[in-house]
Design a protein around this ligand. Structure first.
Ligand SMILES: C[S@@+](CC[C@H](N)C(=O)[O-])C[C@H]1O[C@@H](n2cnc3c(N)ncnc32)[C@H](O)[C@@H]1O
Length: 263
């Protein structure tokens, strides 16, 4: 093979493999989205034992299912180690069925679970979020936000005007907030014990994080602070007051101020 980069051939091939991985990587996210939309992990989970393609088809409940497409999707996800293929482990002489089961990866794809990444997958792979990325080079050349160029509004203004996407975004944020809250509380257990009075989460979304903190430390009063269109969709939690406002103007008074930013 021609050594294009002047390095050793192995390094050149590894570089090529790395680029190919990035090119096709976008399909990984879209395959995960498809899997969440069809509820495949939930179907297998409800089945409570390794599940055949026919049983998955039954669970999807569509009169015009593309069996070949579904089989390819499952093969792809097994290759990506997102589902297990148990067919060799089940002694079934009569059928040549593949049996799919969940693993530690696919458990995060459950829609019907307390701890799940399914809402984040649905949010991050949403065309509203993905299409502005096509304007990245334009934005670097000429400046400006890709989101505004694409949608005519800045991100949080767009959320305010689009209740459906607002919900998708807030749920995507809330599912990771549940996960990070556990990690934060484990790392700062003593510090939370010592806090007094109230704690405000600034830009707290629908309030999952502060609700979990107050549940674990009931001596604290929780305040969840976010923009009006987010607060208006937030559920009620014991010990948490929701307050709407703009943090660049003022934030509620509290003994402890909490803020998390996820990139
Ligand atoms: C990246 S999200 C993080 C949400 C949450 N803290 C979490 O970790 O899941 C940023 C949050 O800040 C809120 N936000 C943006 N601008 C704000 C403003 N000016 N005042 C108050 N909240 C704002 C958004 O509505 C959104 O809920």
């Amino acid at each position: 093979m021609t050594n294009l980069n002047g390095g050793d051939n192995d390094a050149v091939l590894r570089g090529q493999a790395q680029i190919l991985q990035y090119i096709y990587g976008v399909l990984d996210g879209l395959a995960l989205r498809c899997c969440v939309e069809l509820g495949i992990a939930d179907i297998i989970n409800h089945h409570r034992s390794p599940t055949t393609l026919a049983e998955i088809i039954n669970g999807i409940n569509s009169p015009s299912i593309n069996v070949d497409g579904l089989e390819r999707l499952m093969r792809f996800l097994v290759r990506r180690k997102i589902f297990e293929d148990n067919s060799t482990r089940i002694k079934d002489e009569e059928k040549e069925n593949v049996y799919y089961s969940l693993n530690h990866c696919s458990k995060w794809l459950l829609r019907d679970a307390h701890m799940t990444l399914a809402p984040l997958i649905i949010m991050r792979t949403n065309p509203i979020i993905m299409t502005p990325a096509h304007l990245l080079s334009h934005s670097i050349k000429h400046g400006g936000s890709t989101f505004k160029m694409n949608h005519g509004e800045e991100f949080f203004d767009f959320c305010q005007l689009n209740s459906e996407f607002n919900k998708v975004f807030n749920e995507g944020m809330a599912c990771t907030a549940k996960i990070t809250t556990n990690a934060i509380m484990l790392s700062y257990k003593n510090e939370f014990d010592e806090l007094k009075g109230s704690i405000v989460d600034v830009g707290g979304g629908i309030g999952v994080l502060v609700a979990e903190i107050v549940k674990a430390y009931p001596h604290l009063k929780g305040i969840n602070f976010d923009l009006q269109h987010v607060i208006s969709t937030a559920p009620t939690y014991d010990g948490v007051t929701h307050i709407a406002g703009d943090m660049f103007k003022a934030i509620p008074c509290a003994e402890t101020i909490f803020m998390t930013v996820k990139l």
